[in-house]
Design a protein around this ligand. Structure first.
Ligand SMILES: NC(=O)c1ccc[n+]([C@@H]2O[C@H](COP(=O)([O-])OP(=O)(O)OC[C@H]3O[C@@H](n4cnc5c(N)ncnc54)[C@H](O)[C@@H]3O)[C@@H](O)[C@H]2O)c1
Length: 245
């Protein structure tokens, strides 16, 4: 599905984490098509992206690799936009939730987001301009089921977004989040395949369909564009009406 929205990102450089699949891939692709240079940070897979695309390999679940990748990128590029997209959901009934899995989710979904925001945000503050988009979730607002670590992490992403936006808005750096509803990506393959859960989910979405990665990319383009110049600390639901139900 195409994205019927354009914004001029010519001359801008964006870092997108987890750009090889799903929402991150769609965001990277849309930014490229709107004139940006995109630096994608991947764990393993190469992204099928062309044009002004610069792939960087790092396991963002490892704080040292995350820091090292950011330092390497910043040594060579002026980064105007950061999209903290890479994320992980590990599901267990809470009474059996392995603490190691809890930590893995917090490490990637929160700690890495915090550290990359600091590292890429500091030079933005020095220049007095920049835009950061974090990937929140419906579980920033609701608790979900067997996803306690993920819900806690995405709640943190929402509050973190607002908190940093308060500090950085007067200094020219806009920090916002997109909160996708149910989007048909790898992360949700099991839910899409489960006939009962799939039907239950669709019944709860007023728009009557799963979201696409492109639906989310459109919002991520809007939030970094000048059209969103007065937007700070928003956690923007893009959910087919799910939260309104
Ligand atoms: N799909 C949805 O319904 C949905 C809903 C709400 C929020 N989100 C959020 O959107 C973001 C993207 O998710 P998606 O749906 O595109 O799923 P996805 O699984 O396709 O994408 C996740 C990306 O993160 C990358 N990643 C995971 N662990 C990594 C690591 N250790 N180091 C580097 N990269 C790593 C993956 O390689 C992948 O590219 C996530 O933050 C997710 O929580 C998704």
């Amino acid at each position: 599905m195409d994205v019927p929205f354009t914004a001029d990102l010519t001359g801008k450089t964006a870092v997108v984490t987890g750009a090889s699949t799903g929402i991150g891939h769609a965001v990277a692709d849309l930014y490229l098509r709107n004139g940006a240079t995109v630096i994608g940070i991947h764990r393993r897979e190469k992204a099928a992206l062309t044009g002004a695309y610069v792939p960087v390999s790092a396991d963002l679940g490892d704080p040292e690799q995350a820091r090292e990748a950011a330092t390497r990128i910043l040594a060579e590029h002026r980064v105007d936009i950061l999209v903290n997209n890479a994320g992980l959901n590990l599901r267990h009934p809470f009474e059996e939730f392995p603490v190691a899995d809890w930590d893995r989710v917090q490490q990637l979904n929160v700690r890495t987001v915090v550290e990359l925001t600091q590292l890429f945000g500091r030079p933005m503050l020095e220049r007095g301009s920049g835009a950061i988009v974090n990937l929140a979730s419906m579980l920033s607002f609701t608790g979900g089921f067997t996803a306690s670590a993920y819900a806690a992490s995405k709640g943190a992403v929402g509050q973190f977004t607002k908190s940093v936006a308060n500090e950085w808005a007067p200094r020219g750096v806009r920090v916002n989040a997109v909160a996708p509803g149910f989007v048909d990506t790898e992360m949700n393959e099991a839910l899409v395949a489960d006939e009962t859960r799939n039907r239950q989910i669709l019944e709860r979405i007023p728009a009557g369909r799963w979201g696409t990665a492109q639906d989310i990319a459109g919002a991520a383009l809007f939030l970094v564009s000048d059209a969103a110049r007065f937007m700070h600390g928003t956690v923007l639901p893009v959910d087919g009406g799910y939260l309104a139900r």
